[in-house]
Design a protein around this ligand. Structure first.
Ligand code: CTP
Ligand code: MG
Length: 264
């Protein structure tokens, strides 16, 4: 089996006393992707998106535990999927040899699913990454850059990219498709599109989940609501979120390009 993830450079090694876990929310249906299996179980070049995402986290030498938050009725299926891919050919010590796995059932919202993943973390993990299963192709360098910034003391770190499009704030129409009045045009150079993995001091993220109850679309904004500093590090174009059918085409093209570059 080919392994599209790349090992971390030697610079990012586990530090004594700092254990790092990744929580992967994978419990969504993927409504925008159209009918079919839950999004995380849809395949890219024959391998489920979730497996690509787990490999992307396990590729970082610093990550020693991955908590997968499965669709509520799909935890057993996800567990056997991970077992099947973790040890190719049944040989212990495959590419996931130094990374442990836990599977827990998810909730109705992404926020609930992340909370259920955090609840399953053993106490010794001090840094936690939260990574969407729907971003299966994030490069390990991005993962390591997030970890590095948390280690340097930021309570919350998000990878992000500048925007290509100008963004307008509107008064949303009651009926989709109706013209919408523009309220403002934020200065594009000051905006960033955020990705995952987002990295956190574990205690801070747990407190954010206990305190903030509003529905939010990312974890860092909960830390912002606590009044704590959140920093952005450079994201990567391959960390895009698979949301709509065209994104599947792009993801498979990225995998094909990697295989060419890797000489497969
Ligand atoms: N997620 C989750 N639990 C939910 C909803 C979403 O764990 N109740 C996860 C998804 O599996 C995904 C990530 O959160 O990995 C980002 O969400 P999104 O891209 O919106 O995925 P879906 O909610 O599955 O897609 P859609 O909104 O189109 O239904
Ligand atoms: Mg969603």
């Amino acid at each position: 089996m080919s392994d599209d993830s790349r090992p971390s450079p030697a610079g990012v090694l586990p530090q004594a006393g700092t254990r790092i876990a990744a929580v992967i929310p994978a419990a969504g249906r993927g409504v925008r992707l159209g009918p079919g299996a839950p999004k995380a179980l849809r395949t890219l070049n024959g391998t489920p998106m979730l497996i690509h995402a787990v490999r992307a986290m396990a590729a970082s030498r610093a990550v020693s535990l991955v908590v997968v938050v499965a669709p509520p009725d799909g935890a057993a299926e996800v567990k056997s999927l991970l077992d099947a891919h973790a040890l190719p050919g049944g040989t212990p010590g495959g590419s996931w040899g130094r990374t442990d796995f836990v599977v827990v059932p998810g909730g109705d919202t992404r926020q609930q699913s992340v909370k259920l993943g955090l609840d399953a973390l053993p106490p010794e993990y001090e840094i936690v990454l939260v990574h969407d299963a729907a971003r299966p192709l994030v490069p390990v360098d991005t993962v390591d850059a997030v970890i590095e910034a948390v280690r340097e003391g930021a309570p919350a770190v998000v990878p992000a990219l500048p925007l290509a499009d100008t963004v307008k704030e509107v008064e949303p129409a009651a009926t989709p498709g109706e013209p919408e009045p523009v309220v403002a045009t934020p200065e594009r150079a000051r905006l960033r599109a955020v990705q995952t993995p987002q990295g956190f001091d574990r205690a801070t993220l747990v407190r954010a989940h206990e305190t903030v109850t509003d529905n939010v679309t990312d974890d860092a904004s909960m830390v912002e609501q606590l009044g704590l500093g959140v920093v952005v590090v450079p994201g990567h174009e391959e960390a895009f979120k698979v949301t709509r059918p065209l994104d599947l085409v792009l993801a498979e093209a990225v995998l094909a390009r990697r295989r060419l570059n890797d000489g497969f």
